[in-house]
Design a binder for this molecule. Structure first.
Ligand code: Z5A
Length: 219
């Protein structure tokens, strides 16, 4: 059985991750790839409970350290019960946020030490890293105005603009450090153009996937 590919979707608030997740899933399925769609924090019963605790705006103040550990606790469950089994069975896993979000939000936004995040990443993930990360990037105010049309804010959405600026900077730094894995997609353009850019990246991944029969019909 050939191991599946692990694709993650990243970016700040409201950049279009959920919207494009559906597009990517459909695109891969049209190319006969079996896709497991999931998200972080979340993806298992326990991890979804941790997500609720972390997004709850009325909870007691959560310390930066507790937040970081909760992210990785949820991730440990997610990897063991969803991501690893799916990849081992040959499914491709498409995940809405993963550890780059930790570097961006807990590292950039909350100022947690990168060396601590790296240590936890190695502990929890071993050698598991995404094969491809699509980083949707847009000016913070664009993402915020898109996301806030939805109404009530969760604990992260209630942060100041400066927090989201730090998150964005940290994401862009991640992309600079890992240009092979992280592909930057300009999200401040019409959806069709965003999806055209995503398709270009996916086409390369499919072509590189030796077990995938590349035909002339790739769009
Ligand atoms: N978090 C963390 O701190 N550390 C971690 O390690 C992890 C996560 C894994 C929950 O994430 C929180 O967890 C997150 C960081 C933290 N908090 N924040 N902020 P989430 O992914 O569930 O929450 P989110 O980032 O707030 O997602 P979102 O607001 O749902 O945004 P989105 O999925 O990127 O956007 P969308 O729902 O697809 O699009 C928003 C709107 O814009 C929607 O009406 C679309 O129709 C519209 N849209 C999308 N694309 C376009 C274009 N191109 N043009 C115009 N309009 C568009």
């Amino acid at each position: 059985m050939t191991r599946g590919k692990f694709i993650t979707l990243e970016g700040g608030e409201g950049v279009g991750k959920s919207t494009n997740l559906v597009f990517i899933k459909d695109y891969l399925q049209q190319h006969n790839i079996s896709v497991v769609v999931t998200r972080e924090p979340g993806g298992t019963v326990l991890a979804e409970k941790i997500r609720q605790l972390m997004l709850d705006n009325n909870s007691e103040a959560i310390s930066e350290t507790a937040e970081l550990l909760m992210m990785f606790a949820a991730r440990a469950q997610h990897i063991k019960h969803v991501i690893e089994p799916a990849l081992a069975q040959g499914h491709w896993v498409l995940c809405d946020r993963f550890t780059d979000a930790t570097y961006a939000y807990q590292g950039g936004g909350r100022n947690m030490k990168v060396s601590v995040i790296q240590w936890l990443e190695n502990l929890v993930q071993g050698t598991l890293r995404p094969d491809l990360t699509l980083l949707l990037d847009a000016p913070v105010e664009v993402g915020i105005s898109r996301a806030r049309e939805r109404g009530a804010f969760d604990r992260f959405e209630s942060e100041k603009v400066s927090f989201f600026e730090s998150v964005r900077r940290a994401y862009l730094l991640q992309a600079e450090l890992s240009p092979e894995r992280i592909k930057l997609i300009k999200a401040n353009q019409p959806l069709l153009d965003v999806q055209r850019a995503i398709t270009e990246v996916l086409r390369v991944l499919l072509a590189l996937n030796v077990n995938y029969p590349v035909s002339g019909s790739l769009k």
